[in-house]
Design a protein around this ligand. Structure first.
Ligand code: PMP
Length: 394
């Protein structure tokens, strides 16, 4: 078969399976409202949990940051590291209660960079079956032995810990991106302590929205009461609650020195654009001084769950801003998402291979920028779209 024929056949197969991914082009920044095909939709699909992506002060700071140069013009270790990057790293360290932090250009790169720098041949990476793709890819790329445990199952984790050799890295998502549930971090940290394993927590969906009394933005590990020594490697992204782009690893000064020396996706790539660093810093300052954003989001999570539960919608046990409704079939979930779009709502339809076969879902994400009235309207649209799809099925 020729190159063209091979690609054509693989794409046709993906379409047949109902798994073909369409790229949705929006006319304006996806915040709580998105402009699609000339109309405005209320978006319950972005990870802009605190509504900071469209905050005027963030945008103004980012515009001022562009005055430092459109790009960093080199990697961080050559001449692409500016004072604004240092300020951002210091602010991340302060918010997470860590000694230091290192910024990466994306969460995908931060996970690959940290895992590959920390373990290699002769070592073992153990991770939850539902971990984000970037952790799974990082483990494969590292050359370490890669073991998985059943989702949040501590017996399964313990079995894998007892089979591991070399340095052992246990990596988990703090909040699972497609399910919204939190990892049982206190139990995981205890098992890591007993087996001398290093714990890495991906706080992509916890940073900025949950934490402890002292560190309310630090993420799910802080919310679970874990001390920094129990989670020596804390990763977070700046593309979700911070509403921007980029990511970080936070930890001891020595960890950050080490990653600066050995994390290849940090070393061999152009530095984060200064404007992005400036926008992120402004967003983190707002995150820190406006707890009401987190409080409103927590209120909306409870509000959504009460109302959706009363309608018998298939909720999961998530307490986070990610509130998926598990639908099952790929075509059914696409029909529902289309029904919602017709009624003015943008909701992500998530299908395999992102989630296991038979668990296609609507991934509803809530934001501090939403109102109760918008949730009521979304639920009404959901009930109508579900009724339509039953009629189609008959
Ligand atoms: N980890 C998790 C749990 C995520 O959900 C994501 C984003 N989908 C990432 C890492 C990657 O982050 P980024 O989008 O910054 O590359």
């Amino acid at each position: 078969m020729t190159f063209r024929e091979t690609l054509h056949q693989r794409l046709a197969r993906r379409r047949e399976l109902g798994l073909y991914r369409e790229v949705k082009t929006l006319a304006a920044a996806p915040g709580p409202r998105a402009q699609v095909d000339g109309g405005e939709l209320v978006a319950f699909s972005s990870n802009d949990y605190l509504g900071l992506a469209t905050h005027p002060q963030v945008i103004a700071a980012q515009q001022r940051g562009a005055g430092l140069g459109a790009g960093a013009t080199a990697s961080h270790l050559v001449n692409g590291h500016l004072q604004i990057h240092e300020q951002l790293q210091d602010k991340i360290a302060e918010l997470t209660g860590r000694e230091a932090a290192l910024v990466f250009s994306s969460g995908y790169m931060a996970n690959i960079g940290a895992v590959c720098a920390l373990v290699g041949r002769g070592d073992t990476v153990i991770q939850d079956k539902l971990n984000h793709a970037s952790l799974i890819d990082g483990a494969q790329l590292s050359g370490a032995r890669s073991l998985r445990f059943a989702h949040s199952d501590m017996e399964s984790l313990e079995r894998q810990l007892s089979r591991a050799d070399g340095n052992i890295l246990v990596a988990v998502d703090g909040v699972y991106s497609m399910d919204g549930d939190c990892a049982p971090l206190a139990d995981i940290a205890r098992l890591c302590g007993a087996h001398g394993a290093w714990l890495m927590v991906d706080e992509a969906h916890g940073f900025g929205v949950m934490g402890s009394e002292g560190f309310p933005c630090a993420g799910s590990a802080a919310a679970a009461g874990l001390a920094p020594e129990q989670v020596p490697i804390l990763m977070g992204t700046l593309g979700k609650a911070a509403g921007n782009a980029g990511a970080f690893v936070a930890g001891s000064r020595e960890l950050i020195d080490y990653l600066t020396q050995f994390a290849r996706p940090y070393i061999y790539t152009t530095g984060m654009p200064p404007a992005v660093a400036a926008g992120c810093l402004a967003a983190l300052e707002i995150m820190q001084r406006e707890p009401q954003r987190r409080e409103h989001l927590a209120h909306l999570v409870g509000y959504f769950r009460d109302r959706a539960g009363a309608l018998d919608l298939p909720l999961t046990d998530s307490r986070s801003a990610i509130q998926p409704l598990i639908i099952g079939g790929e075509k059914a979930v696409m029909a529902l998402a289309a029904g919602l779009q017709q009624r003015g709502f943008l909701v992500g339809a998530i299908r395999p291979p992102t989630v296991p076969a038979g668990t296609a879902r609507l991934r509803i994400t809530l934001s501090a920028a939403h109102s109760e009235a918008e949730i009521d309207a979304l639920l009404q649209a959901l009930v109508e779209s579900l009724a339509d799809s039953v009629v189609v099925a008959e």
